[in-house]
Unconditional design. Structure first.
Lengths: 547, 394
């Protein structure tokens, strides 16, 4: 449990830890250590554990959905409850699992990667984590409010939201809090990266993970207030007699969608850019070769971020836009394929003529590239407005975004846990178990989501509690796959995460990966409570500490 | 397509049976079901068989995209897997030193850009064609209600016809039972299909009464959100006589899965015959809201209205379900003050999940209230006349 216990006296390397004893009073114990946490590593651990808890809750909701859809007819849940499951599954996974998990990675890794002693605003860091707890409790508790949880879909389209019970207000409040937390987290990350890099760590020498998070943090600050605006207007429509989106009072429901997706599309990249960063660290480490096209990687990330602001209405082709609107959003969306392609090609070129080994982090990274690219291709197909008219709001879209969010974001998170886990805990995971987790997840994932492409092409709409009989077989296949995928993650927690946290396993060396580069490998494993208290002196590549 | 479906189905039976064994509940679900012509096929793998030019273009675009993506996929991952198998440490590979190449990087930015343009060009043509709703032969307004579709023929042959289309009540009950009988049109059968002539340009104007719905027929390549307070339009020209099916495609509340769309494409002669009959029928049935009804006649009429509109939630025996209030013994139904129940029907009680039914005629509302006030254990003896509903609407 090294990641969650006070540091023991293993010091070495170049962490400049001369003041250790002197600083011990900064490492409180017991519950105070966590509730009053200001240490970036502790807060990172909190974020990661929180995200995993929400992943499990969101996963149970997903399995409820899949159980109901195992065969035609309603066997377990009434359609109202089913809609609550789909809505809360989406909200919890996006705002409770994937986003906080990346913030956890940022907390742990960014100071270590740029040679900073901690995050810039340690107390705000604490606040932005602990804000998430009441928000999450409110989201989960909304199931027990009169009328049940919100059931308008995670997109919370008006005017359906106007018909929801009091849980909708709880949901809106929770979103506000989570948004505030994200904004604070982003400010922290931007200030840390821009002001606290060790001397010699110029921006263009910075590790890709820090780069992708810097860009992501700007995206977050730009779009979270937009979401807050949309849901605040929903709130006043519900209670204060305004009619922003309520057609009965002259409001425009489509305007809600424009505002929501102006947030929603950059949000998609918020969840994938840090994943690109993690993959860009892992591939070179296991190919034993420098990342190909570092500069173009940075520019591609920035282009994707900028393009993400001008493609939002591709989620709305079926609302009936003028022909010029459809064409513009179709072209802009297809353009995103170019920088995304550049990234894939860069990873392949990094692997090309490398000297590769396939430990678990690399397996997940290659799995990411392979399966995420399939999601990219279906994204291109969805971007074509005429095809999208057929597959909009069908299971094809469900398949598409799970290929990019599960096989994309979640796979990258797993890759990162295996890659940096030894640094966090000081313990090596079991390679066999890591591989079981990978292959099990990869197969179960594809069994679950691949058939959904067929369902969507055949016209099965999403968010359906019951469906025509012709769709039965593929739904059964998807449901079986989903349960296996769920169990794989329980296996991961019980047999990989828990042993690492309890310190069971081989002791991790300071740098477990032969060719891994970066300052995080310049401090011992587990990373001591305080690192880089004195700014380290870096070599010319800014990947090593010299004296 | 049918051939392919049949083959795929027999292959899939293997695992389906295995799954069925895992949950004995699954007995028979898909096994006895066939492809539905104009609707989904059993384990269909691609888009529906197109019956309009637009749908054909969409199918072509989709197949074109599939091929292009597949070629790129094979090329890119061919390189990756070659590299994975050849350039591994265990095979003695020593890593090279290169880490950038301006020429290569420009090439793999420009080439995808050109490919994307190549994809966008044919798509543009189709987008423009899809949006051209001018010169329609027949214009029909499709209104989304929670949870049914209303159709009004606004222009062209059949002008003036209007009706509601609701999912077959028996199928809705089958769904609740958890063991629906295997029928080919499960959840797709409606009481009054939309009827249109073959080879004529049909413009569908969509709008909605409450929340956003979406009107779609995959075989026509049509999907258009129906947005309350706004009108949008789309069009199709069906080339083949037959039945075509779709479902609501925008989350619209709890019965979202239960408001299908069924379009019957008929010959010009059949269409003329249908419109004539329908208009005559409408003229005969047009209820005079000032007519004073016998209680028994109102109850008989109300029973039909109840079965078509109320029974899916409140149940045929008025017992309700879960959050749905029972009507049997209901204080509102039994209340001396008839206005109570009239108000609920006209305005809805959205906080309790009851939508407004103001789209029903005065006679229908009067009839269904009279029916509920005098059915099951409710024996109020009260009669609500259409004129009372007219008064309450003001």
């Amino acid at each position: 449990m090294s990641a969650v216990l006070p540091p023991h006296g293993v010091h070495g390397g170049h962490d400049g830890h001369a003041h250790d004893d002197h600083h011990d009073h900064h490492a409180p114990t017991g519950w105070r250590r966590w509730v009053f946490a200001t240490n970036h590593k502790d807060i990172g651990t909190l974020y990661l554990l929180f995200a995993f808890t929400m992943l499990m809750i969101g996963g149970v909701l997903a399995l409820c959905i899949r159980a109901e859809l195992f065969q035609p007819g309603l066997q377990f849940f009434n359609p109202e409850l089913f809609n609550q499951f789909t809505t809360m599954h989406g909200l919890i996974m996006v705002f409770g699992a994937i986003m906080p998990a990346f913030v956890g990675f940022a907390n742990w890794m960014i100071p270590l990667q740029i040679g900073a002693s901690d995050m810039a605003f340690a107390r705000m860091n604490n606040f932005s984590f602990w804000l998430m707890i009441p928000a999450a409790l409110m989201l989960v508790a909304s199931f027990f409010m009169p009328g049940g949880a919100p059931a308008a879909g995670w997109t919370l389209y008006a005017p359906l939201t106007l018909q929801m019970g009091p849980s909708m207000d709880a949901g809106i409040f929770a979103m506000h809090i989570l948004g505030a937390s994200s904004i604070m987290g982003s400010i922290n990350i931007i200030v840390t990266i821009l002001n606290m890099r060790a001397p010699g760590m110029t921006l263009m020498k910075m590790p890709m993970f820090a780069w992708t998070w810097l860009i992501t943090a700007y995206l977050l600050i730009a779009v979270m207030p937009v979401l807050a605006g949309a849901i605040t207007m929903t709130l006043t429509d519900r209670h204060f007699g305004t009619a922003f989106f309520n057609p009965a009072g002259g409001g425009d429901p489509v305007m809600y969608q424009h505002i929501f997706w102006f947030f929603g599309h950059p949000e998609v990249y918020i969840m994938i850019l840090p994943a690109f960063g993690i993959i860009s660290q892992i591939v070179p480490a296991f190919a034993r070769k420098r990342l190909f096209g570092y500069a173009s990687m940075v520019y591609a990330t920035a282009s994707i971020a900028i393009l993400s602001f001008i493609v939002w209405a591709h989620h709305m082709f079926a609302t009936g836009m003028p022909v010029t609107g459809q064409l513009f959003f179709m072209y802009a969306t297809m353009l995103i394929a170019v920088p995304t392609g550049v990234k894939i090609f860069n990873w392949l070129a990094t692997m090309w003529r490398g000297s590769m080994t396939f430990e678990t982090p690399m397996l997940w990274a290659v799995g990411f590239i392979f399966v995420f690219t399939m999601g990219g291709f279906t994204g291109l197909i969805c971007a074509m407005a005429p095809i999208d008219i057929q597959i909009q709001d069908t299971y094809y879209v469900v398949a598409h975004f799970h290929y990019v969010l599960v096989a994309g974001s979640l796979y990258a998170l797993f890759a990162g846990v295996y890659y940096w886990g030894p640094k966090w805990t000081g313990v090596m995971y079991s390679e066999t178990r890591g591989k079981i987790h990978f292959w099990w997840s990869l197969i179960a994932f594809n069994v679950t989501f691949f058939p959904m492409h067929f369902l969507g092409l055949a016209g099965m709409p999403r968010r359906y509690a019951d469906y025509p009989m012709q769709f039965t077989d593929f739904n059964q296949l998807a449901s079986i796959g989903a349960f296996f995928f769920g169990f794989a993650q329980v296996y991961f927690f019980l047999f990989v995460v828990i042993p690492m946290m309890r310190g069971k396993g081989a002791k991790a060396p300071q740098k477990p990966w032969e060719a891994a580069e970066g300052l995080e490998w310049e401090v011992p494993s587990p990373a001591p409570f305080h690192t880089f208290e004195e700014p380290p002196k870096l070599d010319a590549t800014a990947t090593k500490v010299i004296g | 397509m049918t051939m392919m479906n049949a083959r795929v189905h027999s292959v899939s039976r293997g695992w389906s049976r295995w799954a069925g064994a895992a949950a004995a509940l699954a007995t028979g679900s898909a096994f006895a079901v066939n492809d539905l012509k104009g609707g989904p096929g059993v384990n269909q793998l691609n888009l529906h068989e197109p019956v309009t030019n637009i749908a054909r273009d969409q199918m072509w675009l989709h197949n074109f995209m599939l091929i292009v993506c597949l070629v790129i996929f094979v090329a890119v991952f061919g390189v990756m897997f070659y590299s994975i198998f050849k350039h591994r440490k265990s095979k003695g590979a020593v890593s090279a030193n290169f880490h950038e190449s301006v020429a290569v990087e420009i090439a793999w930015t420009v080439v995808p850009f050109l490919i994307v343009i190549g994809m966008a060009l044919p798509a543009t043509k189709v987008v423009v064609a899809m949006k051209d709703t001018t010169n329609a032969d027949v214009t029909i307004k499709a209104t989304g209600y929670q949870w049914k579709w209303g159709y009004d023929y606004l222009k062209g042959e059949g002008e003036g016809i209007g009706f509601l289309a609701t999912l077959d009540v028996a199928q809705r009950e089958q769904s609740n039972s958890g063991h629906p009988a295997p029928v080919d049109d499960y959840l797709l059968k409606v009481d009054n299909p939309l009827v249109v002539p073959v080879d004529k340009k049909i413009r569908i104007i969509t709008t909605a009464n409450d929340v956003i719905h979406a009107w779609m027929i995959p075989a026509f390549g049509v999907k258009q959100d129906a947005i309350p307070g706004f009108v949008r339009d789309t069009w199709f020209r069906a080339e083949k006589i037959g039945d075509y099916y779709g479902q609501c495609a925008e989350l619209c509340g709890k019965e979202h899965a239960y408001m299908p769309i069924h379009v019957k494409v008929v010959s010009a002669e059949d269409y003329t015959a249908w419109t004539t009959a329908k208009l005559k029928e409408a003229a005969a049935k047009a209820d005079d809201p000032s007519k004073v009804w016998e209680q028994a006649a109102l109850i008989a009429r109300g029973e039909k209205v109840y079965a078509a509109n109320c029974a899916s939630c409140h149940k045929a025996d008025g017992s309700g379900a879960g959050p749905i209030k029972p009507l049997d013994h209901s204080p509102v139904v039994l209340d001396e003050d008839k206005q109570q129940q009239i108000a609920v029907l006209l305005n809805g009680r959205m906080d309790k999940g009851m939508p407004s039914w103001k789209q029903l005629s005065d006679t229908e509302i009067a009839a269904v209230i009279t029916y509920t006030k005098n059915s099951w254990s409710n024996k109020t003896g009260q009669t609500v006349q259409p004129s009372e509903v007219v008064a309450a609407r003001k």
